[in-house]
Write a protein that binds this ligand. Structure first.
Ligand code: NAP
Length: 239
């Protein structure tokens, strides 16, 4: 079966390996991250040009099924995949890793978006560790708090109101503890991305008693079939 795998995550890269040899898979990346780790097999990069562009591309390529393994916060791509597959009558499955779960000792504050997170910060701490990525960084520019922002790629334009730390996971607990202590962080902000690669910051915050502001995931469009594992995607494609 010719399958489009919408990627940009570790899960999508691992899924491309699992499906290689079973299906004719083309992985798609947005093409924005420098030094992106490419999945095995056929890869295309760059946006499709909205719903119309994606619909035309799926048709031209003879795609028979779409698996959306994009990041839980890549809501536009997912909405476009839903619209294009429903226009063509193609099956769509979303592979989405589980969100993080609060544990004893956590001091978590849930918010709907970055603007709400920024509004909450002044009551929680004075030295902020911002791990929400370069998109939407500007929402935090007005807090008046000292901020360290960790991003994979440099934001454009480079912000002058915060310190930047360019780094790419996976992150380990020891290094996260050291970073939080060395920079005297007293509040952490993150999206509820889930997954192991970036979870150590939450354990470090728990150990140090630091409050965490978590941005909720955007909701999935109604009625979209969703699974959490590569094995479930394999079984779905086999059906
Ligand atoms: P988004 O807001 O949902 O999508 C914006 C536009 O980027 C889409 O309309 C599409 O352009 C293009 N696009 C996104 N994912 C694509 C893909 N896999 N292949 C081809 N085009 C894609 O996406 P985003 O949040 O900017 O994320 C971009 C990529 O980074 C995604 O692949 C995602 O998995 C990955 N990522 C995102 C985050 C995050 O926090 N958002 C974190 C880690 C990785 P057209 O309309 O032109 O088709």
């Amino acid at each position: 079966m010719r399958v489009l795998l919408l990627g940009g995550t570790g899960e999508a890269r691992r899924l491309a390996e699992v499906l290689a040899g079973e299906h004719d898979v083309v992985s798609s990346l947005a093409g924005r991250t420098g030094e992106a780790r490419l999945p095995v097999g056929e890869v295309r990069q760059g946006g499709f040009g909205g719903v119309a562009g994606l619909t035309a591309w799926l048709d031209e390529q003879g795609i028979e099924a779409v698996v959306d393994a994009t990041h839980p916060f890549a809501a536009t791509m997912t909405a476009h995949a839903v619209a294009a597959t429903s226009a063509l009558g193609l099956p769509l499955l979303v592979l989405r890793r589980a969100g993080w779960q609060e544990q004893p000792g956590d001091r978590w504050h849930w918010v709907a978006d970055a603007v709400e997170a920024a509004g909450l910060l002044p009551g929680l701490g004075e030295r902020v560790f911002l791990t929400t990525g370069r998109q939407g960084l500007g929402d935090f520019a007005g807090t008046g708090l000292w901020t360290l922002a960790r991003c994979v790629d440099p934001p454009e334009p480079v912000p002058t109101w915060c310190e930047l730390l360019l780094d790419r996971g996976p992150y380990e607990l020891g290094a996260e503890l050291e970073l939080l202590r060395a920079r005297r962080i007293d509040v952490l902000v993150t999206k509820n991305s889930g997954g192991e690669m970036t979870a150590a910051k939450l354990t470090a915050a728990r150990e140090l008693g630091i409050p965490v502001v978590l941005i909720e995931r955007p909701p999935l469009p109604a009625g979209v079939a969703t699974v959490e594992t590569a094995a479930e995607v394999q079984a779905w494609l086999a059906r």
